[in-house]
Design a binder for this molecule. Sequence first.
Ligand code: PEP
Ligand code: MN
Length: 353
Amino acid sequence: MCEDFIIISGPCSAESEEQVLKTAYELKQLINISYFRAGIWKPRTHPGTFEGVGEKGLEWLSKVQTEIGIPTITEIGSPYHLESILKFGIKNFWIGARTVSNPFSVQEIVNASKGLDLNVFIKNPIHPDLELWTGAIERFLNAGIKNVGAIHRGFYPYQKTHLRNIPQWEIPIELARRFPDIKILTDPSHIAGDKKYIKDICQKAIDLNMCGIMVESHYNPQTAKSDSNQQLTPLEFYNILQSLKYRQSFSSDLDYKSKLLNLREKIDVVDFQLIDLLEHRFTIVDEIANLKKQHNVKILQLDRWKSMVESRLKYVNDNKVSKSFLLKLLQLIHKESIKRQSDILNENESRED
Ligand code: PEP
Ligand code: MN
């Protein structure tokens, strides 16, 4: 549930006192941000690249809090990091995409966080594993730690795309369904990888009812030691924020409400029809499986599958149901059909897998 829209901004990494304070000061003049971010310890894929300035950067973040008046937040990956930020009066942290994949590390941080007054955000793991993400959240909640939020930063693209990480919005939406009280923010910078895509991702986050955004900014992005392509100047970020359309979560207009109710009733009818049709289809699949079993015939008949896909894609009106969506739906149905046939053909046989 979102009350206010949370904005986190600041550089990918703290690089120098001047860079941190200058960026924070420019942000302060333009945007009412909730937290100033800067990575102190950077979990880089390869050694030998810029791995953050370490503890000395915490002094600069603490100045942002005391001199500029913005709460600061950084990434931590161990109880040692937690101890260090607390020494500098920083009580806000996020767990990064790489650390969240390791339940040992997450649990160690949870144990060190118990009983403390913190604001914690958990980024999604690099790979699209919702269970690992929710598992980390549960560890914090089960330890009685309040103020736990999530940050959606997209997922590793197995195929090259224009974005650095694929949003797979269905995953944070499912997270929201399972944890309706958790604030979920989007990190458009790490999804985009390039500043030209950030605006559209911010808009999508708003339209999908996310509770905020974390956007990297730097007073001079060209000189940034990490993620230079995706960082905005505070002014560029301000201009994006100005251009976004902030829609309301609901409308109490009576005409809107009655029309929506009517349309939703129609959707309900169609969905139940779809379920009945699927049930009917799978009954036929089971009959086919029994027939193949009797005649000792293999499950996959490639020619049939090819002609099924071709005929259905030819039949569909692409303007009404896109061919790419239909193909994915057919593949999903076919996968289930193969599973059912396999269960029937191999039933009563011992399985060792
Ligand atoms: C970051 O926020 O700078 C960062 C390293 O992000 P992620 O863990 O999402 O890659
Ligand atoms: Mn970054």
